[in-house]
Write a protein that binds this ligand. Sequence first.
Ligand code: SF4
Length: 115
Amino acid sequence: MDVGNVIEQTKCDIVLLYGKLRRLCLTTLAGRRARQRTSRRTGECKQCGTCCKFVFRCPLLDENGLCKIYHSRLRPEVCRRFPIDRRDVEEVRLSSGRTCGYGFESSRDRRRRLH
Ligand code: SF4
């Protein structure tokens, strides 16, 4: 791997690590705000597992890349809430080039839907 790639990978890891910390803070310290944001979520999880591999692979993924505690009460809130907002969806793209199954409706679309 050349120096340019190492620098790009490091930048990507820093963004993803910051995102992890941001979500952890939102879900533990500002749960209400996190819930408000996730209420704007559309679509559904494709179970691609990309968000479980940001920076490091979650040790609770099985050999097929599926979460061993997905249906358990032990599944952390920060995992249940992913993605909290558009930034998280962008991190899926940044990490893997894939598209998360979730999206977020704009404020204008939300207002239109509620009226
Ligand atoms: S990246 Fe999106 S679609 Fe893939 S597992 Fe995570 S929430 Fe589901």
